[in-house]
Each structure stands twice: as structure tokens, then as C-alpha cells.
Ligand binder design. Structure first.
Ligand code: SF4
Length: 269
């Protein structure tokens, strides 16, 4: 039997199609992750999502095409220039095509091409144009790049890019060298360019409070994202946030459940 009837009501309403409010999301995120209420939250979100998406999923791949010590210098990331040992490397077009073909063979419908925060724009644009000619036509080309201008987004679209992953991360500007304002501006430009916007609540760690998670995830509730979800942070040895460790799968599922119930009725996500 569920003890907290307030939680029960929130979940019943969400199951009936009413998206949860910010205040309700905070309450749900504050539940102990291994409580009965948290289990019911995850089960409700699973049921809502399976019903909404006809028990189906979408496979998307990602390829790191450009690796180097990154100026973004995020305190959680393997590539942060203050703590990485990575050597600058660009992946060749033939290798990227071959990986795209393997993704397509495995059932993927799109592939993100990831660069560092600063990257060679012309190189990336020309790479996208080449892939557009060479990879299976149904495989969408999606950009996961740094903050760029409206003109550059237009050029990527012309080169065959159909969407972009871009996030104003949890503790952006505190755990990274970028500002929330710059990240938001790029997200607005992505939408204005007519590209699909892919979003996440990330990089989730054990130290993040319900309130800050809700503030971060609500950008994807307020703006029309094509994808919302959650991604946990993996502790990178030598990085400043390593000591925090990582969240449990129960907590990850709890945050995913809150995203699912906050985006009930939205067109994409
Ligand atoms: S901007 Fe991206 S690649 Fe660069 S350090 Fe931050 S998370 Fe890593």
C-alpha cells in the first residue's frame, strides 16, 4: 500500500495525461531512491512511455570525430584540458562512413557527430556534406558541437544536418568554462534554424539537488525538444568531480521517470 497519498495522486494524474508541475517534480526527485513510492514513480513512467510510444524505441549512435584537450574544460569530462591526457585526433572520413554503416546495419536511425567545444567549422561542415552523400539515406546526421552562430547552423543544415544535441548542463558555468546564456542562445538558434533539438538532463551526479535538477530539466519542458532524457556522469579518474562517484541505476531511473512525466503530451521528447 502506498503511504503518501499526495504522491499517489500526482502519479495517477500523470498516468491520465496531466504533465507534472515543477513543484511536483521536486517532490518526486526528493523521494528516497529505493522507497516504494520511487518504485511506483518508475513503474508509472514506464507505463506512460510504453503507451505513448507504442512500446517502441529509437536507436541513435554517436561518433567522436574530433578529440583534443578541450577549452570547455568541464570538471566532469575526460577531455577537459586541465586534466586530460588525450592527444589531438581527427577521425578520417572513411572510418566515419564505415562506423555509420555499422550503426545503420544495427538499426540506428541517426548518428551524432561529436567534436570538442572549439572545432574546425569548415572541416566539420565539409565532413557532414561528404557523409550526406555516402552514408545510408535514412541515417540522420546530427551535430554535437560547441556554441555556433545562426549562419553556421544554416550551413550545417545545407550540408545535410537535421538536428543538434545541445545542453545547458547541470551547474553550467560552475563545473564548466561556458555560460548558461551562451548555451541557451545556441539552443534558441538551433530551433530558429529549423533543426531538431536533442536535449538531456546531464551530467547527473549524486551531489545534485532536486531543485537544481528541475531547473535544468525544465528548459527541455518549456522549449520544444525532439528528445529529452537523462544521462549520468561517469567518474573520470583525475577529474575534479571524480570524488563524487556516480548515481545508482535506481536514481537514474527515478530522474528519467520525472523527465517522462514532465513531458507528457509534448510533441517530441
Ligand atoms: S565542452 Fe564537451 S568535450 Fe569539452 S570538456 Fe566540456 S563536456 Fe568535454
Amino acid at each position: 500500500m502506498i503511504q503518501d497519498t499526495k504522491i499517489d495522486h500526482i502519479l495517477k494524474d500523470a498516468a491520465d495525461g496531466r504533465p507534472i508541475t515543477k513543484a511536483e517534480a521536486v517532490q518526486l526527485l526528493a523521494l528516497p531512491e529505493n522507497s516504494q513510492d520511487a518504485a511506483l514513480l518508475r513503474a508509472t513512467a514506464t507505463m506512460v512511455s510504453r503507451r505513448r510510444f507504442a512500446n517502441s524505441g529509437l536507436l541513435l549512435g554517436q561518433i567522436g570525430v574530433d578529440m583534443a584537450p578541450c577549452d570547455g574544460d568541464c570538471a566532469f569530462c575526460f577531455f577537459g584540458k586541465s586534466h586530460t591526457s588525450v592527444e589531438p585526433t581527427l577521425l578520417g572520413a572513411d572510418e566515419i562512413v564505415s562506423r555509420c554503416e555499422r550503426f545503420a546495419d544495427g538499426g540506428a536511425e541517426g548518428v551524432f557527430l561529436m567534436t570538442m567545444h572549439r572545432f574546425g567549422f569548415e572541416w566539420f561542415r565539409d565532413l557532414c556534406a561528404e557523409l550526406h552523400r555516402r552514408i545510408p539515406a535514412h541515417l540522420e546526421i546530427l551535430a554535437n558541437v560547441g556554441d555556433i552562430s545562426p549562419a553556421q547552423l544554416g550551413e550545417l543544415k545545407d550540408a545535410g544536418v537535421s538536428g543538434a544535441y545541445h545542453v545547458c548542463r547541470i551547474r553550467e558555468g560552475i563545473d564548466s568554462c561556458m555560460t548558461p546564456a551562451d548555451r541557451w542562445a545556441t539552443i534558441e538558434r538551433i530551433l530558429e534554424a529549423g533543426l531538431s533539438w536533442y536535449n538531456m538532463c546531464e551530467p547527473l551526479g549524486p551531489e545534485h539537488t532536486p531543485e537544481e535538477l528541475v531547473e535544468q530539466m525544465w528548459l527541455g519542458v518549456d522549449l520544444p525538444c525532439t528528445q529529452h532524457g537523462v544521462m549520468q556522469r561517469f567518474p573520470v579518474p583525475g577529474s575534479p568531480l571524480y570524488h563524487h562517484g556516480q548515481v545508482s541505476l535506481s536514481r537514474l531511473g527515478q530522474v528519467a521517470a520525472v523527465v517522462a512525466l514532465a513531458t507528457v503530451g509534448k510533441a517530441g521528447s
